[in-house]
Design a protein around this ligand. Structure first.
Ligand SMILES: Cc1cc2nc3c(=O)[nH]c(=O)nc-3n(C[C@H](O)[C@H](O)[C@H](O)COP(=O)(O)OP(=O)(O)OC[C@H]3O[C@@H](n4cnc5c(N)ncnc54)[C@H](O)[C@@H]3O)c2cc1C
Length: 363
């Protein structure tokens, strides 16, 4: 009988690992603490970023063995709002991102991955968590601390499909607010990196802002609140358990985009078991340069005020936005000279794995 691999957490990271393992003949057993997949998401839209590599994310998914059996719509442009300037329209020849739905709802990324895993014979144990485990263990339990807070709504609307983002500290301090509309459904949220206690106030400002600037009839609105976590460690193997996705801190430090990291790290964890290769070496080669660049981007972004946001919005709108983002998301020699400064500022995020970290106690 083939070896059983235990996977803790049925998020995109854990389910990707399970799918890849099952395709290679391994028996994957997933322990999910909630009654279904996608429990912490609320049917909201998220963007699967498409700018950090030269090939479309959909091609990457196919390469690693993930089918697109969920809503996955390319967006080639959108509107950027920065303080005291006219809205900037951005566009690109290739999709800037793919809109996906999240949560325990039909058509979501979570539901799609669950279906693929079950069809391959993956065992998913809901309402359960791993006790003492024998054999290989992969941990993909998502965020454990809040570095980023998101407060938003999902709603019905007659507005046309669109994407919009707002850079303005009055609406989202050191973060951003966003609006995504697809086929009569919408998601609007503010993403805060500061002043979390006043989150409701910032969301009210976000709502007011979009109501004033975009023709939106909002119906059946449902509120959601959530959080994200990012950090960079020197190893992601602890007590022989392999950490993936947001439980490994894998998240774009600039804007909190973690789905690509979750899926890619889930794939790498599975491949490290299948091929006997070193997981730390794999993620350090593929993910660490991007993580470090995103930390430098966060360091720089936090130094920007409204003047900087205006400058950035104009740069986005000049030429191809996907190309602009790709240049800024990938490692460059000059930018990396700032890494020691960024590391010093976020020192807490570089500590070596140690017993006292909360998330280790949870599995
Ligand atoms: C509001 C919001 C908007 C976002 N927007 C974007 C976006 O536009 N683009 C983007 O790329 N990313 C976005 N993200 C981030 C992205 O959703 C996450 O980075 C991604 O879901 C991480 O996947 P994961 O599998 O690592 O963790 P999760 O999706 O959190 O899944 C972890 C799973 O583990 C389970 N679990 C937890 N503890 C245990 C335990 N002890 N035992 C068993 N199971 C456990 C949880 O119930 C959960 O199902 C957003 C996040 C939020 C909150």
């Amino acid at each position: 009988m083939s070896e059983v691999v235990s996977i803790v957490g049925a998020g995109p990271a854990g389910l990707t690992a399970a799918i890849v393992l099952a395709k290679h003949g391994y028996k994957a057993r997933v322990y999910e603490i909630s009654p279904d997949v996608g429990h912490r998401m609320k049917g909201d839209f998220q963007g699967l970023e498409n700018w950090s590599s030269g090939e479309n994310i959909t091609a990457l998914l196919k390469d690693i063995g993930i089918d697109i059996n969920f809503l996955c719509v390319p967006y080639y442009g959108g509107t950027i709002y920065a303080p005291e300037i006219s809205p900037m329209e951005i566009k690109s020849d290739r999709p800037i991102f793919f809109l996906v739905k999240r949560g325990a709802v039909a058509g979501s990324l979570d539901a799609g991955l669950k279906e693929q895993a079950l069809l391959l014979g993956v065992e998913i144990l809901f309402n359960s968590h791993l006790g003492a485990a024998e054999g290989k263990v992969i941990v993909g339990t998502g965020p454990k601390r809040a570095d980023i807070i998101a407060i938003g709504i999902t709603f019905d609307t007659q507005a046309k499909d669109r994407a919009a983002v707002v850079f303005n500290d009055m609406v989202a301090p050191k973060g951003y607010a966003y609006l995504l509309v697809n086929e009569g459904r919408g998601t609007m949220a503010t993403v805060l990196y500061r002043d979390y206690r006043n989150g409701e106030k910032y969301f009210e400002r976000t709502l007011k802002f979009f109501k004033k600037n975009v023709e939106l009839n909002i119906e059946n609105e449902k509120r959601f609140g959530n959080y994200g976590n990012f950090f960079i460690r020197d190893t992601q193997i602890y007590h022989k358990k392999i950490y993936i996705g947001e439980s490994a801190g894998f998240q774009d430090c600039l804007w909190g985009l973690g789905m690509r990291y979750a899926i890619v790290s889930g794939y790498m964890a599975a491949m490290s078991i299948i091929t006997g290769s070193d997981y730390d070496a794999l993620w350090k080669k593929e993910l660490k340069p991007m993580l470090e660049t995103s930390l430098i981007n966060r360091y720089l972004y936090e130094k920007l005020g409204h003047t900087g946001y205006r400058y950035m919005a104009k740069k986005f709108a000049e030429g191809d936005s996907c190309g602009f983002l790709k240049r800024n998301y990938n490692r460059s020699f000059f930018k990396h000279l700032l890494l020691p400064l960024a590391k010093r500022k976020y020192e807490r995020k570089f500590i070596v794995f140690s017993e006292e970290l909360n998330f280790i106690k949870t599995v």
